[in-house]
Design a protein around this ligand. Structure first.
Ligand SMILES: Nc1ncnc2c1ncn2[C@@H]1O[C@H](COP(=O)(O)OP(=O)(O)OP(=O)(O)OP(=O)(O)O)[C@@H](O)[C@H]1O
Ligand SMILES: [Mn+2]
Ligand SMILES: [Mn+2]
Length: 487
């Protein structure tokens, strides 16, 4: 689906230095030569020069794609280093088609998809082993556990979310909570060497910032003064950039067009993942109304198959649609067959206060599914991810069962008891003392203790197991003689 091709100037192949960038990049070799070399088909090119990869996030939305393309282009044209600067889209090539806004933008600007390199076409880990790889991360900075080995190749970060991970100097970190990472890349180019900016690259950046900042509308809660400043500067340098509203409407339409997508494709279209202590969680943006989504045929089985296929222990989907006033309406869906993990995730989301999500439970067709209306319509996944990351951190991996199998019953009984004893003994110390030691009254929880045993949150255990243990405690207490007064 493509809106009218009214943007690009003429229908010439990629004009200006974007084409030269592609052909002369790295110097003397075309993009496809680099791709072939990176795919290991042409070792001497790989051997000849170090490779500096500019890598977007694994959701690979328009912001990630454009930030990687534009920053690599800038570095290739300004860096003193003899490295080749290669933008890599952090998804398999086959997944680009799910990103309607990116496909639309590339076609509008006559940038052939064949000139791009995707994550499944380059072996970053093998390159890293040759010692020839350095990395710039754009639009993210916390690498997924599968890429943890690449952390020491990161020499630069440009991101627009709160820092969750430190990259010590000499890594160059730019992290600012602006509406779009493309704003930070634009700033870098305009402050560095504005004359290398050509119309195509300016149009890529301009359109991306406008989409991310919802056509620069303050009520959407995305745009910052820096976003507005650089959109204006791009327009001042290229007065014939397309009209903002035209860009926004075409990209928004292309982004939200999910017609014909399967449930699996819809979940993969804008997917982020987090992991904590061996538990993997997928968080998808679903551009569809909750009711409509829940009515999809075979939904629970499809969600289960999706989690099993990718090794996810749970899936959180954030649906986003718009009311007649064009305000976003958000719902959260939690799919998790493991009841302990499900209650950990739902508890964290329900009790979150930073930010409060103002969740109202909504009915679902299956106990493995929970759904909520999210009253806080401004909290995008960027805001929800830290809540989920913290919840995973508090969830004992000992409770983790192979993904997709039911919860606590799959843990051995003694494992459950150990967990429970540990938990109860931090809560009720007299249970852990042996007989001869006098039992002191439990420390009042509001006293100045250096850390409250509940700081890590209540132990994640099933209600029945806690009840069982508490009844044991009352029995044990009634058999313990009252504390002897110290003489
Ligand atoms: N108020 C709005 N009006 C119109 N469109 C809006 C409005 N708010 C968001 N969108 C569109 O929905 C897409 C998804 O927006 P989001 O759910 O707020 O998340 P985000 O894409 O801005 O940020 P994320 O938390 O997903 O993180 P990153 O993508 O930065 O990694 C928006 O793209 C917009 O089209
Ligand atoms: Mn997004
Ligand atoms: Mn972004």
């Amino acid at each position: 689906m493509c809106a009218s091709r009214s943007w690009a100037r003429g229908s010439s192949p990629v004009p200006g230095s974007l084409r030269e960038w592609r052909e002369g990049f790295p110097r003397g070799a075309r993009m496809t030569d680099v791709a072939r070399a990176c795919r290991g088909l042409d070792p001497e090119l790989k051997e000849s020069r170090p490779l500096h990869i500019v890598l977007g996030n694994e959701a690979c939305d328009l912001d990630s794609m454009v930030s990687a393309l534009a920053l690599a282009y800038y570095l290739e044209n300004t860096s003193e280093s003899k490295a080749a600067f290669v933008p890599v889209l952090n998804i398999p090539r086959s997944e680009l088609a799910l990103r309607g806004d990116s496909v639309f933008m590339l076609s509008e600007l006559n940038i052939p998809e064949s000139s791009l390199i995707f994550r499944d076409e380059i072996d970053l880990h093998a390159l890293h082993q040759t010692g020839k790889l350095t990395l710039s991360l754009v639009d993210h900075h916390a690498l997924p556990s599968s890429d943890a080995a690449l952390e020491n190749a990161v020499t630069e970060v440009l991101d627009h979310r709160p820092l969750e991970q430190q990259y010590p100097p000499p890594c160059n970190v730019t992290a600012e909570l602006v509406g779009s990472c493309a704003t930070l890349v634009t700033e870098r180019i305009l402050q560095g060497k504005p004359e290398i900016l050509d119309w195509q690259t300016a149009a890529l950046l301009h359109g991306t910032i406008i989409l991310d900042c919802v056509n620069m509308a303050p009520e959407a809660g995305k745009v910052t003064p820096k976003d507005s400043k650089y959109v204006a500067q791009l327009e001042a340098q290229f007065p014939d950039l397309p009209n903002r509203s035209k860009i926004f409407e075409s990209l928004q339409k292309a982004k939200f067009d999910v017609s014909g997508l399967t449930t699996e494709q819809m979940l993969r279209k804008d997917l982020k993942t987090i992991s904590g202590d061996g538990t993997m969680l997928a968080i998808s943006a679903v551009y569809m109304d909750l009711e409509v989504f829940l009515q999809r045929s075979n939904l629970t089985a499809e969600l289960d198959a999706f989690c099993q296929a990718h090794g996810y222990d749970a899936l959180v989907a954030m649906t986003i649609t718009f009311n007649p006033h064009n305000e976003p309406v958000r719902h959260l869906i939690v799919f998790c067959p493991n009841m302990d993990l499900q209650s950990t995730i739902c508890g964290a989301l329900e009790c979150s206060h930073c930010p409060p999500l103002n969740l109202t439970p909504a009915p679902t067709p299956n106990p493995n599914l929970r759904a909520y209306h999210q009253g806080n319509a401004l909290a995008s996944r960027k805001k929800v991810l830290p809540i989920l990351r913290e919840a995973l951190g508090a969830y004992p991996s000992a409770m983790k069962t192979p993904s997709g199998t039911p919860g606590p019953e799959s843990c051995s009984q003694e494992q459950m008891d150990d967990e429970l004893d540990k938990a109860i003994n931090t809560l009720i110390p007299e249970m852990s003392r042996d007989e001869e030691e006098p039992v002191l009254p439990p420390t009042p929880m509001n006293s100045l203790v250096d850390e409250c045993p509940l700081d890590q949150g209540l132990p994640k255990l099933s209600a029945e197991a806690i009840f069982e243990k508490c009844s044991q405690i009352t029995m044990a207490r009634s058999s313990i003689s009252p504390p002897q007064k110290k003489k």
